[in-house]
Design a protein around this ligand. Structure first.
Ligand code: UGB
Length: 594
């Protein structure tokens, strides 16, 4: 039955049989056609080549070891004692914030950007790619456009003629749609050559039991079931595609990794750059105060009980509680009564690396991250899985590949979440449950409201008079809906740049039900009394000064609707009714803000 296969395929099938995988070929030769045998062998060969740590043999052996550890309840952090790490904590509007951000701003022109966008967004239940979702409904800018607008804005302001690169990690689930979104929108104004797409493999084989038996598709015995290997793949891909090396030789000095749906992601990038520069960090994680049991990892300082060695590492949310209980903290992952938060800063996977040291670490290790497995068992003896599992890895585990003195150059920058973190990950029903527990719901409506909230927070810190709307509930999610303020990155890309945009903040008044949209690097808003909607839209090199402007119109209003067929409306529970708006425009061409 092997005769239809190539020699390497034959050898692989024989090896897999010796590794306990003969069930995959049980129907050979009688019940399978030569085509389906070749198809399965070809897929196995691809999976074998894609798994960097020893092909399928390595995968099966790693899986057996990790599954056995999981069954026996082995703590992967055995021997390590967690404590709360030292880090830099900042409040918006303070001298420390402003000084650190100012020190970091010039570094913006030396950053390479890496977007991890291979996730399926299963928890959100959206049928397409998450980077194509609107960040907010006032301008309907999608996440990918927003990220590119940001990169182009800092390129113009700080790049000194350099083009800043963007790498997007896609997966089999997201690659085609991401490439299409870019093409359809002419790369959102970026040069095609600035963008590198690296694709995660088709995933790793799903495993049905503790013997790491692979699984065939139910209706197709010529296909292995695969599952995503996790965002940790990004480091290996940046190595194998030579991205880190190329950027380094192009004069890029920093590399930032960010997730697919956080519309607040970049308000604090220059602050992080300031911290990394001051402390000479190889890896700097953006952190937020974390609620106990919130589904974000906790950054911990770990001390090895016998060697005395220290490392600062993200402990993933499902591991933090058992680790704390195993090391004498009998209540596990609980809030500090005084602050109402977990004492461990929350990792939001907004990571900043010093590119030279990062690249050295990749060259030494090929960027392979440690793996873990998280099977859900059906029985107490932990022998039957509820559904097939697989090995995964995480991008925030990078410190595990640092050695010696380098391992000490890991830190974090902590800022309150309302300025930097509100991802869109959950369906409204799960979001409502989280919100009832006083945890960020992570839904489309809360992501949008929090973006407006972050901009309001910056404006208020300057001294603008911005009212806050009363809470409203859409599709079960409570939000503070407005005022809705969108400041495009070319108008201001971080809190320190808002001073130029609003030079006399005391003369700016925005009512609770208003919408303000501003685009343009030479727009200045000197004095404004806004009660309704105002759009200020200037092309590059066109200036607009808003002075003594009083706007009173019917504005744009949210209309509740949770039964729409349109997924975008349904996941928010509202749409925008654009009743009336004032526009101030200075255009070279027909490029429109909406
Ligand atoms: N992603 C990929 O590109 N490929 C993959 O195979 C998987 C994901 P999730 P998760 O900030 O809220 C992380 O699934 O894993 C991309 C941190 O581990 O949204 O539950 C995907 O497209 C956690 O410590 O997140 O949790 C997305 O852009 C905490 O920081 C990104 O990876 C948490 O995020 C994250 O994937 C959080």
């Amino acid at each position: 039955s092997l005769t239809v296969l190539s020699d390497p395929q034959k050898a692989l099938v024989r090896k897999l049989c010796s590794l306990g995988q003969s069930h995959l070929f049980a129907k050979w030769p009688c019940n399978t056609s030569p085509t389906s045998r070749r198809k399965l062998a070809t897929q196995l060969q691809e999976l074998d080549e894609a798994y960097a740590d020893g092909g399928l043999e390595g995968y099966i052996n790693n899986a057996k070891r990790l599954l056995s550890d999981s069954r026996e309840g082995v703590n992967p952090l055995e021997g390590w004692e967690p404590s709360v790490p030292e880090g830099e904590r900042f409040d918006l509007g303070t001298k420390e914030f402003e000084e650190t951000e100012s020190a970091g701003r010039p570094e913006l022109g030396k950053v390479g950007f890496v977007l991890v966008a291979g996730g399926l967004g299963e928890r959100l239940g959206y049928s397409s790619i998450k980077v194509g979702l609107p960040t907010e409904m006032a301008t309907e800018t999608c996440y990918l456009q927003y990220y590119i607008e940001y990169i182009l804005a800092v390129q113009v302001k700080y790049g000194e003629g350099k083009r800043l690169p963007l790498c997007i990690m896609t997966s089999g689930d997201t690659n085609e749609k991401t490439a299409k979104l870019l093409r359809k929108n002419n790369y959102f104004g970026m040069q095609k050559s600035q963008i590198t797409i690296v694709q995660q493999g088709q995933g790793v084989p799903a495993l049905m039991d503790n013997n790491a038996k692979m699984v065939l598709e139910e209706n197709d015995s010529s296909k292995i079931v695969t599952k995503p290997h996790g965002h940790g793949d990004v480091h290996a891909l940046l190595y194998t595609h030579g991205v880190a090396k190329r950027w380094l030789s192009d004069g890029i000095e920093w590399l930032t990794l960010f997730q697919d749906t956080n519309g607040l992601a970049f308000h604090t990038l220059p602050l992080m750059l300031g911290v990394s520069k001051k402390l000479d960090l190889i890896m700097n994680s953006l952190a937020v105060p974390r609620k106990a049991k919130q589904a974000i990892g906790g950054i911990a300082k770990l001390k090895h009980q016998t060697t005395g060695e220290y490392k600062t590492l993200n402990v993933e949310y499902n591991q933090l509680d058992p680790l704390l209980r195993a090391t004498g903290n009998l209540d596990g992952d609980v809030n500090d009564e005084k602050t109402g938060y977990s004492p461990f800063p929350g990792n939001i996977n907004q990571l900043l690396f010093k590119l030279d040291a990062y690249s050295d670490a990749l060259n030494r290790t090929k960027g392979l991250m440690p793996e873990f497995v998280n099977p859900k068992y059906k029985d107490d003896a932990k022998t039957v899985f509820k559904k097939p599992t697989r090995l995964e890895c995480m991008m925030q585990d990078f410190p595990t590949i640092l050695e010696g003195e380098d391992a000490k150059r890991v830190g974090f920058t902590s800022v309150s979440a309302d300025l930097c973190f509100s991802p869109v990950k959950n369906a409204t029903s799960d979001g409502a449950e989280l919100q009832a527990q006083n945890t960020q719901p992570g839904t489309a409506a809360s992501g949008e409201a929090d973006q407006f909230g972050a901009v309001r927070k910056i404006l208020v810190s300057l001294g603008c008079h911005v009212e806050t709307a009363s809470e409203e509930t859409y599709a079960g999610i409570q939000v503070v809906p407005g005022p809705a303020i969108v400041i495009k990155p070319n108008a201001a890309c971080c809190p320190g740049e808002y001073h130029r945009l609003f030079p006399t903040p005391d003369k700016v008044k925005i009512s609770a039900n208003s919408t303000l949209i501003v685009r343009g690097s030479e727009v200045t808003i000197e004095s404004l009394d806004l009660d309704g909607t105002l759009v200020v839209d200037a092309d590059e090199n066109k200036s607009i000064v808003v002075k003594d402007k009083i706007v009173k119109n019917e504005g744009w209003v949210k209309v509740a609707d949770d039964s729409s067929d349109d997924e975008i409306i349904k996941m928010r529970g509202y749409y925008i009714l654009r009743k009336e708006a004032d526009w101030i425009e200075e255009k070279n061409n027909s490029c429109a803000i909406l």
